[in-house]
Design a protein around this ligand. Sequence first.
Ligand code: GDP
Length: 454
Amino acid sequence: MVLNELGQKISNALTLINNAETIDEKVLDACLKEITTALLQADVNVKLVMNLRTNVKTRANNADKGAGLNKRKIIEKAVVDELSSMLSSGSATDEKQLVDLKKGKPNVVMFVGLQGAGKTTTCTKYGAFYKKKGFKPALVCADTFRAGAFDQLKQNATKMQIPFYGSYTETDPAVIAAKGVDEFKKASHDLIIVDTSGRHKQEESLFEEMRQVATQTKPDLIIFVMDGSIGQAAHDQAKAFRDTVEVGAVIMTKMDGHAKGGGALSAVAATQSPIIFIGTGEHMDEFERFEAKAFVGRLLGRGDWRGFVDKIQEAVPDDESKDELMDTLSKGNFTMRILYEQLANVQKMGSVGQIMSMIPGLSNSGIFDKGKEKESAARIKKFMTMMDSMTNKELDSPDPKLWQQESRIMRIARGAGVHPNYVGELIGEYMRIRTMIVGSGKGKGKQNMLQQMG
Ligand code: GDP
């Protein structure tokens, strides 16, 4: 996945700082050069990249003046903050307000974007997301340009049991939109989603149609849907939409594919609107809240325990186990049993890729291979079989020295009926993730955890 490449390159650049004995101008410049090159290669807008460079430098130079401050950490934090703010555009509350729709009033949300961006699919995903939260959504198909658009929306809506409105005979999208919104308002729907037409490329007729639909329906929010993999074109495309209608938020689709990441960064800057959700697959449940900090964390391979734990909670609604896990992790304990329980949860939830990418270290580990979900699932099963042959002491001990004993490895291999190499591989992965979470030195655990949770 190309997005991972960007993260990997930035991570590598940051290790230049971590490995240097002293951090002087030369080291900082070398690190920033690698970061800016990586961002430019990922199609991030040049101006944004230059801003990031200047801001990180300023913060690093200010750090020189503060006594006793850890310059490494300051630079690393500055890079993460700058990348996150590129993605947030505005304050976190703005973003939260855009997502936390008010109940008890009809929220009209209009979707715009180019054909093929994923608008129709995303409209239904969006409706289903709020339906789960207790809203009464409805879908209006104002796409008269593409033959079959109404049928597609109907099919998706029926699957998710969301009422829909459209017409095979009316040719004016603004008329359909107005009628649909009106009808659903009368029926007390509190979320009315209007899907509009797209075109293969930006053109005046598309923009005129969008304006008319917006005038007729007076949407509370206009969401620009963008294909996450379009790269450099993202900036101009997003800007053209923003210049025509009042885009308030962005949804990036196809983040499961070859998204370079730079498109996301550029679209936010061009629309001055935050990304609120991302599409991570063709299925209706492959849709998630976008969290800039967590996204950057994942991008840099640091994982997102908070998001992961939230996800677990969605599937296993048990507050106690969630709090317990956060508590245990923040104390720097990462035992084999915790890994076992998390792998079991991943299995229970089905969507291996989505979940695994949230776990620190696992996204790039030997356990999980993006794009090879079946193989990853089989691997998880194998690892769990080996863990089933472990004693309670082995599962619960936070002491990594335990795993230096060959006799243990041989016994587990015999018990699970596998070659000892496989047990070695499991232990290797466990140790790697453990180091990421707990740290290798004394007292680093909590600090690492807090950093990872942002
Ligand atoms: P529209 O023309 O903008 O309405 O786009 P559609 O909703 O018809 O989507 C175009 C194609 O993209 C369809 O094949 C969708 O299944 C696919 N698609 C939409 N969102 C995603 C996503 O997040 N990931 C992937 N892999 N495919 C998606």
